[in-house]
Every structure is written in C-alpha cells, then in structure tokens.
Ligand binder design. Structure first.
Ligand code: AKG
Ligand code: FE2
Length: 302
C-alpha cells in the first residue's frame, strides 16, 4: 500500500474504517457491508433496474435477476470469440454505466469507499490535501449460468496488469465492486488470492488458482481491492444473475479506461450526492492530458 498512507487519513478515523484498512494491508481485499456504506434496498433495486433495462436496450433481450436472459443470445455479429471456451458465453459487460442514472453516480462518490480508495492510492507528491485517486471507468458484469466461466485458471489477473513490473506498494488502479446480488461460490463469486498484492507481479499458475478463495457476501456489499490483487471468478452454476456495478479507479498518473474528462464534461456529473468529488474523480481540472497550450508565454514588450 501507499507508504505515505500508512498514516490513517482523517476520513478513515472519523468513519471508523480501521478494520477494513487492516484487511486491505494484510490480505489485499476487503468487503464492506451495506450497513457501513449506507446503501438501502430501494437504492440497490434502482441500480439493478437501470442496468437490466440497459441490457435489454442494447441487446433486445429482456433479462431478470431470477431467470437471466429471457431468450437465445447470438454473439456472432459482435466478433466476440473467447479463446478455449467451447461452451456458450454466459456473461456480458456493460460500459459507461455512470452515464445511465444518478444511483450509479452516487456509488462513485460514496464517502466510505472513497476513503478506502484514497488510502490505497495516497496523495499527490508534496500536496498532502490533494487526493491522487481518479475514476478510470464504470462497468457492470452481468453473469448467468454457464459451465465454463474463465476455465481452470479462474481468469486470475491483477487489474493494473498493463503497468510495468515490479508493482510497488502504492495502488496504480483499484476496484470497488458493488454487489447487486448475493455473491456465493456456486453463484460465480469473484475469486481472489489472499496476500497476492504483496507479490508485486502477475499471477503464477497453477498455484494461484489453487490458492483462490471466493469473495462471498450479501447483496449491497462492496468488495474493494488494489490493482495488484490477483482475482477472477468462479463459474456460475446457479440459475439467475450475478450482477454488480464496478467503480474502477486509477492513480492520477495512470491512463483511464474511459476518457472521462471528455465523455463526462457535458454529461450529468453534477447530478449526484457530491458534485465536487465527482469533478475531481473525472479529472476535469487535471494538468494532463491538455488539449491546448497551457503554459504561460511572454509577449514582445511594446
Ligand atoms: O467478476 C468477474 O468476472 C471478474 C471481475 C474483474 O476482473 C474485475 O472487476 O476487474
Ligand atoms: Fe479484474
């Protein structure tokens, strides 16, 4: 974890988040229950409805939490082929979900999650009041019953895998996976390897898959881990959906997955619980990448 951040922030102490920080430091993942983040059943219902409506809008196929997709799906026009997976594809990724509804933006400015992500990424050099964390993208994994999943490797990876090795103690990316259904091993829960964040490198198989455990938790929980923690998912063997909303973060020095300073500039970023935090998370006022000459120039004196 971030060396500067081994001191606990005011927010961590005020919100009583020390036990979650300890888990992040020792295991590389923590699960925060809805009682601590304050999300309600009605709020989770709204997030769920927005995502399922969006799935139907983009695919033409109605989908329910209890029954999964309500028709045959055909991937052939998408050009999508999963290597080694002879079975039917049984998940889809919805992107840019923060644009869809205020509920999904409010997840991104939740003060509890923000304090823990800030702990992982720390502050700007020489500016202890400036947080280094930004949003990289917002996505939803929609998973339904299917035998294969990610195969025997469980698809284990570190999310910050595009960054050069070795990874240091400061998180370069971090993941907050909001569970909109219960997460169980049979139900295709996130798989992860305790302590793997300390290796500072990619997973080594098959030992990694052997050491993987499920992140099991009730609906409304949020699973938080740095980009160095090895994770994937168990195959989903049960009926119905495994649904989540992922707020994916980056250190300010790391490229975003979605070009949020551009895509959200005229978007509904102000419509959320904390517009000031959202503007910072989108990186609207960051020095880089610039779009025009920003460095001051002199004029010939007259
Ligand atoms: O749940 C999954 O299928 C994998 C999730 C994942 O890799 C991620 O959110 O970064
Ligand atoms: Fe991942």
């Amino acid at each position: 974890m971030n060396m500067q951040a081994t001191r606990l922030s005011k927010e961590i102490v005020e919100l009583g988040l020390e036990p979650y920080v300890l888990q992040l430091e020792t295991d590389g993942l923590t699960i925060v229950p809805p009682e601590v983040t304050g999300v309600t059943d009605e709020f989770l219902d709204r997030c769920t409805k927005v995502l399922l409506d969006r799935f139907e809008e983009l695919t033409g196929c109605p989908i329910t939490v209890g029954g999964g997709p309500q028709g045959e799906l055909d991937w052939s026009s998408s050009g999508f082929l999963q290597e080694g997976n002879q079975g039917k594809q049984s998940q889809a990724l919805l992107q840019q979900i923060m644009q869809l509804d205020r509920s999904l933006r409010d997840l991104c400015v939740n003060p509890v999650v923000d304090a823990l992500i800030d702990h992982l990424m720390g502050r700007m050099p020489g500016a202890p009041d400036k947080k280094a964390r930004r949003l990289s993208s917002t996505n939803s994994f929609i998973k339904w019953a299917g035998e294969f999943g990610y195969g025997p490797t469980l698809g284990l990876h570190g999310d910050q895998g595009a960054n050069p090795l070795p990874w240091g103690p400061t998180a370069l990316t971090a993941n907050a996976t909001w569970c909109l259904t219960d997460y169980t091993k049979d139900g295709g829960a996130l798989a992860w390897v305790p302590g793997s964040h300390k290796s500072g490198a990619h997973p080594v198989q098959p030992a990694a898959a052997k050491a993987a455990v499920p992140a099991e938790c009730p609906r409304g929980s949020v699973i938080i881990f740095p980009g160095s923690t090895w994770h994937g998912a168990f195959p989903k063997e049960t009926e119905g959906l495994r649904l989540c909303a992922v707020a994916y973060y980056r250190h300010h020095a790391v490229l975003p997955q979605e070009n949020l300073p551009v895509t959200m500039r005229n978007g509904p970023w102000e419509d959320c619980d904390n517009p000031e935090m959202m503007a910072e998370l989108c990186g609207f006022n960051d020095t880089f990448p610039y779009l025009e000459q920003t460095s001051p120039l002199p004029r010939l004196a007259s």
